[in-house]
Design a protein around this ligand. Structure first.
Ligand code: APR
Length: 238
């Protein structure tokens, strides 16, 4: 029933945009943050939100990178049915953009081209002194605090707590969301701002929520599907 309703909305839409969070990657084996088995509910020396902050990165770089390598650089993860369907929809001209809070690069790995990574990407790492680029493999295979050949500290291009979002990414994402007539929001608890506030820029006809747990936007949605986003999207015919 709800997949048919989603199909009908997609088929009758002029411009569809997807807005996703960590729940889009759980079917690829990457835990999300706030579910009971999520990253924030595991036990660490410091709270994960502290360890993923800029001040912790600056004051405890070794502990930061130990946590980051262990928890944010999962080995051998692959796009799941959600990523693949979204890439197929974009290719067929049925999806205008993906706006994601995720930093795992799985949308691009699935073939999506127009992707706005609000919180950056583990696949981009830059020396803080000379700006030289390094891959996620380089960070994964390094020990302690990763250093550039110039001696500078290499920082992952991910938005840490206390840091701002990239202006061009924000502008692009808001342009897409504000010009869509259908916004599909999936796999996110909508609990982190400013990302969660991007929904306020949506002026279109159909707000669709696909989420395992209830979200604060459910009451505003034309369609709420309580389910696994990979399974739901897999049922969509492009
Ligand atoms: N299908 C649908 N929904 C799912 C699935 C799934 N397979 N797996 C998990 N979910 C839902 C959970 O019910 C939860 O509501 O996805 C949501 C994930 O919420 P969070 O763990 O809070 O992740 P997210 O919303 O992306 O967090 C936002 O918080 O810590 C920061 O920067 C981090 O980008 C992250 C931001």
């Amino acid at each position: 029933m709800s997949i048919q309703a989603l199909q009908k909305i997609i088929d009758s839409s002029r411009r569809v945009v997807f807005f996703g969070g960590a729940g889009v990657s759980t079917e690829s084996g990457i835990p999300d943050f706030r579910s009971k088995d999520g990253l924030y509910n595991q036990k660490y020396k410091y709270p994960p939100e502290v360890m993923l902050s800029r001040s912790f990165f600056d004051t405890h770089p070794k502990e930061f990178f130990d946590f980051y390598r262990d928890k944010l650089l999962p080995e051998g993860v692959k796009p799941n049915k959600a990523h693949l369907k979204l890439a197929e929809m974009e290719k067929a001209g049925r999806l205008s953009a993906v706006v994601t809070q995720n930093i795992d690069g799985l949308h691009q790995a699935a073939g999506s081209k127009n992707v706005f990574e609000l919180h950056g990407s583990v696949h981009r790492n830059y020396c803080m002194d000379c700006g030289k680029f390094y891959t996620s493999d380089y960070i994964k295979n390094s020990e302690g605090v990763p250093r550039c050949e110039c001696g500078g500290v290499i920082k992952p291009d991910v938005v840490l707590y206390e840091e701002g979002l990239d202006n061009a990414t924000v502008t692009g994402a808001l342009r897409e969301i504000s010009s869509a007539d259908t916004l599909i929001v999936a796999g996110t608890s909508l609990s982190v701002y400013p990302a969660a506030g991007f929904l306020d820029y949506f002026r279109g006809k159909n707000l669709v929520l696909i989420n395992r747990d209830p979200t604060p936007a459910d009451s505003r949605a034309q369609l709420v599907i309580r389910g696994k986003v990979g399974e739901v999207l897999d049922g969509i015919k492009v």
